[in-house]
Design a protein around this ligand. Structure first.
Ligand code: FES
Length: 153
């Protein structure tokens, strides 16, 4: 058994503690906003926050996340004090800029962007490009950058 603190609540899981956090979150705890892309830490679709930092959950054993504060896209807005039922400023900017195309990678993108804005509230283009290493096969990168700037205003 393993206990994980996810989106403000403690969850108990019977999963193998060495299983990747991605699968425990998705398959056992039902946080399906966390996406599987490559499984080797390359694409960022599985990005969640661990104590406020963006991490790739496909290569992180769940046991290593125990005792830390995990936030998924489902809990992003609440994690930053946004009232219940409202979207995070980045989610609003994403909609306004019509960022997603197929949308599959976008929850990971948003988690990476939120971690960036927390450490750098007004990031430059260079900072955005350096921080946003998530891959998008639709090539939404210019709109991702624009939405991050819009949310930072
Ligand atoms: Fe984790 Fe691609 S699924 S980085």
């Amino acid at each position: 058994m393993i206990e994980l603190h996810v989106n403000g609540r403690l969850h108990a899981s019977e999963s193998d503690p060495q299983a990747p956090l991605l699968w425990v979150l998705r398959e056992d705890l039902g946080f399906t906003g966390v996406k599987f892309g490559c499984g080797v830490g390359a694409c960022g679709a599985c990005t969640v926050h661990l104590d406020g930092q963006a991490v790739r959950s496909c290569t992180l054993p769940a046991a290593r996340a125990s005792g830390h504060r995990i936030v998924t896209i489902e809990g992003l807005a609440a994690s930053e004090g946004v009232p219940d039922g409202e979207l995070h400023p980045l989610q609003k900017a994403w909609i306004a800029a019509q960022v997603p195309q197929c949308g599959y990678c976008q929850s990971g993108m948003l988690m990476a962007a939120a971690a960036l804005l927390r450490r750098s509230p007004q990031p430059s283009d260079a900072e955005i490009d350096e921080a946003m290493t998530n891959l998008c096969r639709c090539g939404t990168y210019p709109r991702v950058r624009r939405a991050i700037h819009d949310a930072a205003r």
